[in-house]
Design a protein around this ligand. Structure first.
Ligand code: BJW
Ligand code: ZN
Length: 252
Protein backbone atom coordinates (compact mmCIF):
# COMPACT_ATOMS: atom_id res chain seq x y z
CA UNK A 1 0.00 0.00 0.00
CA UNK A 2 1.38 3.41 -0.95
CA UNK A 3 0.02 6.54 0.64
CA UNK A 4 0.47 10.23 -0.04
CA UNK A 5 1.35 11.48 3.39
CA UNK A 6 -1.10 11.18 6.29
CA UNK A 7 0.01 8.38 8.56
CA UNK A 8 -2.55 5.58 8.71
CA UNK A 9 -3.87 4.84 12.21
CA UNK A 10 -3.06 1.13 11.83
CA UNK A 11 0.59 1.94 11.14
CA UNK A 12 0.77 4.14 14.24
CA UNK A 13 -0.71 1.26 16.28
CA UNK A 14 1.81 -1.21 14.90
CA UNK A 15 4.66 1.17 15.66
CA UNK A 16 3.40 2.00 19.16
CA UNK A 17 3.11 -1.72 19.91
CA UNK A 18 6.56 -2.65 18.61
CA UNK A 19 8.63 -4.64 21.05
CA UNK A 20 11.72 -4.93 18.89
CA UNK A 21 12.13 -2.14 16.40
CA UNK A 22 14.98 -2.17 13.92
CA UNK A 23 15.61 1.04 12.00
CA UNK A 24 17.56 0.46 8.78
CA UNK A 25 18.95 3.73 7.43
CA UNK A 26 20.72 5.02 4.35
CA UNK A 27 22.10 8.23 2.95
CA UNK A 28 18.62 9.77 2.55
CA UNK A 29 18.41 10.20 6.34
CA UNK A 30 21.40 12.56 6.27
CA UNK A 31 20.37 14.37 3.05
CA UNK A 32 18.47 17.04 4.98
CA UNK A 33 21.63 17.67 7.02
CA UNK A 34 23.32 18.66 3.76
CA UNK A 35 25.25 15.39 3.31
CA UNK A 36 25.13 14.22 -0.31
CA UNK A 37 23.53 10.85 -1.11
CA UNK A 38 25.18 8.52 -3.61
CA UNK A 39 22.74 7.74 -6.39
CA UNK A 40 20.40 10.67 -6.77
CA UNK A 41 20.55 12.32 -10.18
CA UNK A 42 22.58 15.58 -10.15
CA UNK A 43 23.20 15.76 -6.39
CA UNK A 44 24.40 12.21 -5.70
CA UNK A 45 28.13 11.64 -5.24
CA UNK A 46 28.17 8.99 -7.97
CA UNK A 47 26.76 11.49 -10.48
CA UNK A 48 29.87 13.63 -9.99
CA UNK A 49 32.53 11.09 -9.01
CA UNK A 50 33.38 7.64 -10.36
CA UNK A 51 33.05 5.02 -7.59
CA UNK A 52 35.66 2.84 -9.29
CA UNK A 53 38.21 5.67 -8.92
CA UNK A 54 37.38 6.31 -5.24
CA UNK A 55 35.54 3.54 -3.44
CA UNK A 56 37.59 0.41 -4.04
CA UNK A 57 40.83 -0.91 -2.56
CA UNK A 58 42.38 -0.87 -6.05
CA UNK A 59 41.59 2.85 -6.34
CA UNK A 60 43.31 3.54 -3.00
CA UNK A 61 46.37 1.52 -4.02
CA UNK A 62 46.53 3.30 -7.40
CA UNK A 63 46.13 6.86 -6.07
CA UNK A 64 46.10 7.02 -2.25
CA UNK A 65 46.23 10.84 -2.15
CA UNK A 66 43.16 11.20 -4.38
CA UNK A 67 41.14 8.76 -2.28
CA UNK A 68 42.34 10.07 1.11
CA UNK A 69 41.65 13.68 0.05
CA UNK A 70 38.13 12.77 -1.13
CA UNK A 71 37.26 11.11 2.17
CA UNK A 72 38.75 13.99 4.17
CA UNK A 73 36.56 16.37 2.12
CA UNK A 74 33.53 14.27 3.03
CA UNK A 75 34.60 14.02 6.70
CA UNK A 76 34.87 17.82 6.80
CA UNK A 77 31.27 18.08 5.52
CA UNK A 78 30.05 15.72 8.24
CA UNK A 79 31.93 17.61 10.95
CA UNK A 80 30.17 20.81 9.83
CA UNK A 81 26.73 19.15 9.62
CA UNK A 82 24.09 18.77 12.33
CA UNK A 83 21.58 15.95 12.86
CA UNK A 84 18.19 16.76 11.32
CA UNK A 85 14.63 16.06 12.56
CA UNK A 86 14.78 12.51 11.14
CA UNK A 87 17.86 11.63 13.24
CA UNK A 88 16.19 13.18 16.29
CA UNK A 89 12.91 11.31 15.71
CA UNK A 90 14.78 8.01 15.33
CA UNK A 91 16.69 8.63 18.55
CA UNK A 92 13.40 9.61 20.23
CA UNK A 93 11.82 6.24 19.43
CA UNK A 94 14.07 4.64 22.05
CA UNK A 95 12.31 6.58 24.81
CA UNK A 96 8.94 5.06 23.81
CA UNK A 97 9.70 1.48 22.88
CA UNK A 98 11.34 -1.37 24.79
CA UNK A 99 14.06 -2.09 22.20
CA UNK A 100 15.25 0.11 19.35
CA UNK A 101 18.37 -0.55 17.30
CA UNK A 102 19.64 1.41 14.34
CA UNK A 103 21.41 -0.47 11.57
CA UNK A 104 22.93 2.15 9.31
CA UNK A 105 24.78 2.08 6.03
CA UNK A 106 25.92 5.64 6.70
CA UNK A 107 29.53 6.44 7.47
CA UNK A 108 28.62 9.62 9.36
CA UNK A 109 27.89 9.83 13.10
CA UNK A 110 24.68 11.86 12.93
CA UNK A 111 22.51 9.12 14.51
CA UNK A 112 24.85 9.08 17.52
CA UNK A 113 24.99 12.87 17.71
CA UNK A 114 21.17 12.93 17.80
CA UNK A 115 21.31 10.63 20.83
CA UNK A 116 20.78 7.14 19.36
CA UNK A 117 22.59 4.72 21.62
CA UNK A 118 22.58 1.42 19.78
CA UNK A 119 23.91 2.00 16.26
CA UNK A 120 25.39 -0.72 14.04
CA UNK A 121 27.55 0.63 11.20
CA UNK A 122 27.45 -1.78 8.27
CA UNK A 123 29.73 0.25 5.99
CA UNK A 124 32.18 1.54 8.59
CA UNK A 125 32.78 5.12 9.67
CA UNK A 126 34.66 8.15 8.39
CA UNK A 127 36.18 8.50 11.87
CA UNK A 128 37.51 4.93 12.06
CA UNK A 129 40.57 5.20 9.80
CA UNK A 130 43.11 2.40 10.12
CA UNK A 131 46.44 1.32 8.68
CA UNK A 132 46.02 -0.38 5.30
CA UNK A 133 48.95 -2.68 6.13
CA UNK A 134 48.68 -3.64 9.83
CA UNK A 135 45.13 -2.41 10.63
CA UNK A 136 46.29 -0.31 13.60
CA UNK A 137 43.65 2.32 14.35
CA UNK A 138 44.46 5.91 13.43
CA UNK A 139 43.17 8.91 15.42
CA UNK A 140 42.46 11.94 13.24
CA UNK A 141 43.85 15.20 14.63
CA UNK A 142 41.14 17.39 16.17
CA UNK A 143 39.48 19.97 13.95
CA UNK A 144 38.00 20.11 10.49
CA UNK A 145 40.31 18.96 7.68
CA UNK A 146 41.29 21.74 5.28
CA UNK A 147 40.02 20.13 2.08
CA UNK A 148 37.73 22.46 0.21
CA UNK A 149 36.60 20.28 -2.70
CA UNK A 150 36.28 16.66 -3.75
CA UNK A 151 39.15 15.78 -6.07
CA UNK A 152 41.75 17.67 -4.00
CA UNK A 153 44.68 15.37 -3.31
CA UNK A 154 45.99 14.83 0.22
CA UNK A 155 48.57 12.12 0.98
CA UNK A 156 47.35 9.70 3.65
CA UNK A 157 49.20 9.79 6.99
CA UNK A 158 51.76 7.08 7.73
CA UNK A 159 50.87 4.48 10.35
CA UNK A 160 52.66 5.12 13.67
CA UNK A 161 53.24 1.39 14.14
CA UNK A 162 54.50 0.24 10.72
CA UNK A 163 54.70 3.27 8.43
CA UNK A 164 52.05 1.92 6.05
CA UNK A 165 49.48 4.24 4.47
CA UNK A 166 46.40 4.90 6.60
CA UNK A 167 43.09 4.21 4.82
CA UNK A 168 39.54 5.43 5.46
CA UNK A 169 37.59 3.12 7.78
CA UNK A 170 34.76 2.52 5.32
CA UNK A 171 33.67 -0.57 3.40
CA UNK A 172 34.50 -0.30 -0.28
CA UNK A 173 32.96 -2.24 -3.16
CA UNK A 174 34.21 -5.81 -3.19
CA UNK A 175 35.11 -5.71 0.51
CA UNK A 176 33.37 -7.75 3.19
CA UNK A 177 31.20 -6.04 5.74
CA UNK A 178 32.60 -6.03 9.32
CA UNK A 179 31.74 -9.54 10.49
CA UNK A 180 30.30 -8.68 13.91
CA UNK A 181 28.22 -5.79 12.60
CA UNK A 182 26.76 -7.95 9.84
CA UNK A 183 25.98 -10.85 12.19
CA UNK A 184 24.23 -8.47 14.58
CA UNK A 185 22.27 -6.82 11.75
CA UNK A 186 21.00 -10.16 10.46
CA UNK A 187 19.96 -11.20 13.98
CA UNK A 188 18.19 -7.87 14.55
CA UNK A 189 16.35 -8.20 11.21
CA UNK A 190 15.20 -11.72 12.01
CA UNK A 191 14.08 -10.81 15.55
CA UNK A 192 12.39 -7.48 14.77
CA UNK A 193 8.62 -7.21 14.91
CA UNK A 194 8.80 -3.86 13.12
CA UNK A 195 11.51 -3.06 10.58
CA UNK A 196 11.70 0.56 9.46
CA UNK A 197 13.70 1.36 6.30
CA UNK A 198 14.55 5.03 5.97
CA UNK A 199 16.31 6.79 3.09
CA UNK A 200 18.00 3.94 1.30
CA UNK A 201 17.86 3.02 -2.38
CA UNK A 202 18.02 -0.66 -1.45
CA UNK A 203 20.51 -1.34 -4.23
CA UNK A 204 23.68 -2.26 -2.36
CA UNK A 205 24.13 -5.83 -1.13
CA UNK A 206 24.31 -7.56 1.22
CA UNK A 207 22.74 -4.69 3.26
CA UNK A 208 19.71 -4.55 0.96
CA UNK A 209 18.80 -8.14 1.87
CA UNK A 210 17.93 -7.14 5.45
CA UNK A 211 14.36 -5.88 4.77
CA UNK A 212 13.61 -9.14 2.91
CA UNK A 213 15.05 -11.17 5.78
CA UNK A 214 12.93 -9.22 8.27
CA UNK A 215 9.74 -9.57 6.20
CA UNK A 216 10.29 -13.32 5.77
CA UNK A 217 10.74 -13.68 9.54
CA UNK A 218 7.39 -11.95 10.07
CA UNK A 219 8.27 -8.30 10.72
CA UNK A 220 6.00 -5.49 9.57
CA UNK A 221 8.25 -3.58 7.15
CA UNK A 222 7.73 0.18 6.83
CA UNK A 223 9.61 2.26 4.29
CA UNK A 224 10.17 6.03 4.32
CA UNK A 225 11.49 7.45 1.04
CA UNK A 226 10.32 10.18 -1.35
CA UNK A 227 10.92 7.79 -4.27
CA UNK A 228 10.05 4.23 -5.19
CA UNK A 229 12.77 1.64 -4.47
CA UNK A 230 13.22 -2.11 -4.96
CA UNK A 231 12.21 -2.46 -1.29
CA UNK A 232 8.64 -1.26 -2.01
CA UNK A 233 7.46 -4.81 -2.61
CA UNK A 234 8.37 -6.15 0.80
CA UNK A 235 7.09 -3.09 2.71
CA UNK A 236 3.63 -3.19 4.24
CA UNK A 237 3.61 0.61 4.18
CA UNK A 238 5.49 2.90 1.80
CA UNK A 239 5.53 6.42 3.17
CA UNK A 240 6.57 8.70 0.31
CA UNK A 241 8.17 11.81 1.68
CA UNK A 242 11.37 13.26 3.11
CA UNK A 243 12.49 11.58 6.32
CA UNK A 244 12.78 14.95 8.10
CA UNK A 245 9.01 15.40 7.76
CA UNK A 246 7.74 11.81 7.85
CA UNK A 247 9.74 10.54 10.83
CA UNK A 248 8.62 13.24 13.30
CA UNK A 249 5.02 12.61 12.13
CA UNK A 250 5.39 8.95 13.12
CA UNK A 251 6.10 10.04 16.68
CA UNK A 252 3.30 12.58 16.85
C1 BJW B 1 15.66 10.31 0.94
C2 BJW B 1 15.77 11.69 1.12
C3 BJW B 1 15.14 12.26 2.25
C4 BJW B 1 16.83 11.14 -0.66
N1 BJW B 1 14.48 11.46 3.09
N2 BJW B 1 15.00 9.56 1.77
C5 BJW B 1 24.64 -9.07 -5.03
C6 BJW B 1 24.03 -8.59 -6.17
C7 BJW B 1 24.60 -7.54 -6.90
C8 BJW B 1 25.81 -6.97 -6.49
C9 BJW B 1 26.41 -7.46 -5.36
C10 BJW B 1 25.83 -8.48 -4.65
N3 BJW B 1 26.64 -8.73 -3.57
C11 BJW B 1 27.68 -7.91 -3.59
C12 BJW B 1 27.58 -7.12 -4.67
C13 BJW B 1 28.58 -6.06 -5.04
C14 BJW B 1 28.33 -4.77 -4.29
C15 BJW B 1 26.94 -4.24 -4.64
O1 BJW B 1 25.98 -4.39 -3.92
N4 BJW B 1 26.82 -3.54 -5.75
C16 BJW B 1 25.54 -2.98 -6.20
C17 BJW B 1 25.69 -1.47 -6.31
C18 BJW B 1 25.14 -3.64 -7.48
N5 BJW B 1 28.48 -4.96 -2.86
C19 BJW B 1 29.67 -4.97 -2.27
O2 BJW B 1 30.69 -4.88 -2.91
C20 BJW B 1 29.69 -5.14 -0.77
N6 BJW B 1 30.60 -6.14 -0.40
C21 BJW B 1 30.37 -7.42 -0.58
O3 BJW B 1 29.32 -7.83 -1.03
O4 BJW B 1 31.41 -8.23 -0.18
C22 BJW B 1 31.41 -9.60 -0.61
C23 BJW B 1 32.06 -9.60 -1.99
C24 BJW B 1 33.43 -9.61 -2.05
C25 BJW B 1 34.03 -9.62 -3.30
C26 BJW B 1 33.28 -9.55 -4.47
C27 BJW B 1 31.88 -9.50 -4.36
C28 BJW B 1 31.28 -9.53 -3.11
C29 BJW B 1 30.20 -3.86 -0.11
C30 BJW B 1 29.34 -2.70 -0.37
C31 BJW B 1 29.97 -1.44 0.20
C32 BJW B 1 29.18 -0.20 -0.18
N7 BJW B 1 29.99 0.94 0.02
C33 BJW B 1 29.40 2.26 -0.16
C34 BJW B 1 30.52 3.28 0.03
C35 BJW B 1 30.92 3.32 1.50
C36 BJW B 1 32.03 4.25 1.73
C37 BJW B 1 31.67 5.64 1.35
O5 BJW B 1 30.80 6.25 2.00
O6 BJW B 1 32.27 6.13 0.39
O7 BJW B 1 28.37 2.47 0.81
S1 BJW B 1 28.58 2.48 -1.72
C38 BJW B 1 27.29 3.49 -1.07
O8 BJW B 1 26.03 2.81 -1.24
C39 BJW B 1 27.55 3.58 0.43
C40 BJW B 1 26.14 3.43 0.98
O9 BJW B 1 26.17 3.02 2.33
C41 BJW B 1 25.53 2.43 0.05
C42 BJW B 1 24.02 2.45 0.05
O10 BJW B 1 23.54 3.66 -0.45
P1 BJW B 1 22.25 4.35 0.19
O11 BJW B 1 22.50 4.71 1.58
O12 BJW B 1 21.06 3.52 -0.10
O13 BJW B 1 22.22 5.72 -0.64
P2 BJW B 1 21.65 5.99 -2.12
O14 BJW B 1 22.25 7.26 -2.58
O15 BJW B 1 21.79 4.82 -3.01
O16 BJW B 1 20.09 6.21 -1.88
C43 BJW B 1 19.60 7.30 -1.14
C44 BJW B 1 18.11 7.14 -0.97
O17 BJW B 1 17.64 8.18 -0.14
C45 BJW B 1 17.34 7.25 -2.30
O18 BJW B 1 16.42 6.17 -2.38
C46 BJW B 1 16.59 8.58 -2.17
O19 BJW B 1 15.31 8.56 -2.80
C47 BJW B 1 16.45 8.69 -0.67
N8 BJW B 1 16.31 10.07 -0.16
N9 BJW B 1 16.49 12.27 0.14
C48 BJW B 1 14.39 10.16 2.86
N10 BJW B 1 15.16 13.64 2.52
ZN1 ZN C 1 50.48 -0.10 10.25
Amino acid sequence: MSIAFTTPAELLDVLAGARRLCVFSGAGVSAESGIATFRQPDTGLWSRFDPLMLATLEAFQRDPALVWGWYEWRRAAVLRAQPNPAHHAIAGLAARLPQVCVVTQNVDDLHERAGARDVVHLHGSLEAARCSRCAAPYAHPAGIPAVTQGGERMPPPACAACGGPVRPGVVWFGESLPMQAWARAEALAREADVFLCVGTSGLVYPAASLPQQAARAGAAVIQVNPDATPLDGCARWNLRGPAGAVMPALLA
